[in-house]
Write a protein that binds this ligand. Structure first.
Ligand SMILES: *Cc1c(COP(=O)(O)O)cnc(C)c1O
Length: 496
């Protein structure tokens, strides 16, 4: 299977090249030229398989320059052993009213990013071996909190890689910051940035496109790559869990094969929900995509009006992984909605970078609205939703997941569409203890560990061992820099 760029269809590369490179030279994102098909027969077959087997099956189609044996090794390395606390990897719990919570946070860092970032290092190092043998890969990450830790954990001490993570100094939770600052491993570096996530992401993009720096890296037999969700190697593992979730619903006789479901996704960079969209294009029976935003509701507005406008105040919320005004992966959806018109996508992306906004045509907006519903949830509603689900269902959901539950509830009320819905649960609530306690009325200050204990006690849940283990771990990285100094930090950490 070949991959092309959303901004230049002349470009055609294999999967390994797409993954090793991360982003296309002219700034476009790699997308598959055609999507593999998932018919009922194939789904029927997948129903009886384990998560790992389902993953291998789907990855084989997308990553056909890997052998099935290589993919099995990668998948085993990612999801095998004891890495995930739940052997089902992505278990679902049924709440009332036909809401199925797809819990994607049972991995080593307690956020859904593990689903992709446990696999990516395996795919990436093998990809580099295939296309640029012997090169050392430098992974640069801009994180709004969860990606950074998941990438550090995925890449730590992976031979032939270095990983450098930048996070917005005041844009992540205490636990997230501590998770990153205490990261172990010989090949890791972490630095805070004075600014918000968009500043941090823009800073990393600037480094990526710095030709002089690239030359110097090449001189040392190194190359940059990305672990952000723009990398195809991050997206493809995410397709797997939607297929797997559907198979589980059929297996447990909650739906019949062929029945449609809705998905509701707490959305930031648009990677997670885009994977569901690809799954649908492959043939997974999904009716509607419910795209949930917090008050940084640039996507909700876009879906409603067809106008994408990032020129607005950035608000730091209790769901920081969704505090994003430029949803990078939306570019891939635009490419699909424009039937692969690379010129049209390039033009929109240019307008976004030069003017901060763009408007899609009536036709594209209609297409978007025929499958996507957007909505948003403010801070008070997020807290109220956490309380409601704890009280009504004895189900503790984190702040991000609460946004999806609220927006899904609003959607159901407004449309009367009560199709069974997979609500994607993206983080363990103990990553955001401060906000959780605020929501549940148990806030009384104290350090992050006292807060975690309080939360556990109030809700009868357990602090995940990964978070307990942070206590007393030495801080290794407490450096903070200005946006303009990020390149210097990279040079220093890489000893260029
Ligand atoms: C990253 C993240 C999101 C947003 O996912 P996108 O793929 O960026 O849309 C939502 N919730 C949590 C907890 C996350 O870590």
């Amino acid at each position: 299977m070949k991959y092309t760029s959303t901004r230049n269809k002349q470009i055609k590369v294999g999967a390994a090249q797409a993954i090793a490179q991360g982003i296309s030279k002219e700034g476009g994102l790699f997308v598959p030229e055609v999507l593999p098909a998932l018919g009922n027969e194939r789904l029927e077959d997948l129903i009886h398989k384990t998560y790992q087997e389902r993953a291998c099956d789907i990855l084989e189609d997308f990553l056909d320059d890997f052998t099935p044996a290589e993919l099995r090794e990668c998948v085993q390395g990612a999801y095998g052993g004891q890495k995930f606390a739940d052997p089902r990897i992505a278990p679902m719990s049924r709440l009332d009213r036909d809401i199925y919570m797809l819990e994607l946070w049972h991995g080593p860092t307690c956020a859904f990013k593990d689903m992709a970032l446990q696999l990516l290092p395996h795919l990436l190092t093998r990809s580099v071996e295939k296309v640029s043998k012997g090169k050392e890969v430098v992974i640069l990450v801009a994180t709004s909190g969860d990606t950074g830790k998941a990438a550090l954990e995925g890449f730590r001490d992976v031979p032939g890689t270095e990983i450098l993570v930048f996070y917005p100094q005041n844009g992540v939770s205490k636990i997230q910051k501590l998770q990153m600052q205490t990261q172990e491993g010989q090949n890791v570096g972490v630095c805070g940035v004075c600014g918000n996530f968009d500043d941090t992401q823009t800073g990393v993009k600037t480094i990526f496109t710095d030709h002089a720096l690239r030359e110097r890296l090449a001189g040392k037999n190194m190359m940059f790559s990305s672990a952000n969700s723009i990398n195809w190697g991050r997206l493809v593992p995410q397709i797997v869990y939607y297929v797997s979730a559907y198979c589980d619903l059929v297996k447990n006789e909650q739906i019949a094969l062929g029945d449609t479901v809705n998905v509701a996704v707490p959305t930031g960079n648009f990677g997670n929900i885009l994977a569901a969209y690809y799954a649908k294009r492959m043939g997974l029976p999904i009716h509607r995509f419910i795209c949930a935003s917090n008050v940084n509701k640039v996507l909700a507005d876009f879906i409603e009006t067809g106008v994408y406008d990032r020129r607005r105040e950035f608000v730091a919320t209790s769901s920081p992984s969704m505090d994003i005004l430029i949803s990078s992966n939306l570019e891939r959806l635009l490419f699909e909605l424009h039937d692969g018109d690379d010129k049209a996508v390039s033009k929109l992306m240019r307008q976004l970078s030069e003017q901060g906004a763009y408007t899609v045509s009536e036709r594209v907006r209609a297409k978007l609205q025929s499958e996507f519903s957007g909505g948003y949830c403010d801070e008070a509603e997020t807290a109220a939703t956490i309380r409601k689900f704890q009280h009504d269902y004895d189900y503790l959901c984190d702040t991000h997941t609460a946004v999806a539950l609220k927006v899904h509830g609003d959607y159901e009320k407004k449309t009367g569409d009560d199709t069974k819905t997979i609500v994607v649960s993206t983080a363990n609530p103990f990553k955001f203890t401060g906000s959780m306690l605020d929501a549940l009325g148990g806030s009384e200050g104290g350090g992050e560990f006292a807060q975690a204990e309080k939360l556990a006690e109030m809700t009868g849940t357990e602090i995940p061992p990964q978070i307990k283990a942070l206590r007393g771990k030495p801080v290794r990285f407490d450096q903070v820099c200005k946006k303009a100094a990020m390149t210097g930090v990279v040079e220093r950490l890489l000893k260029l």
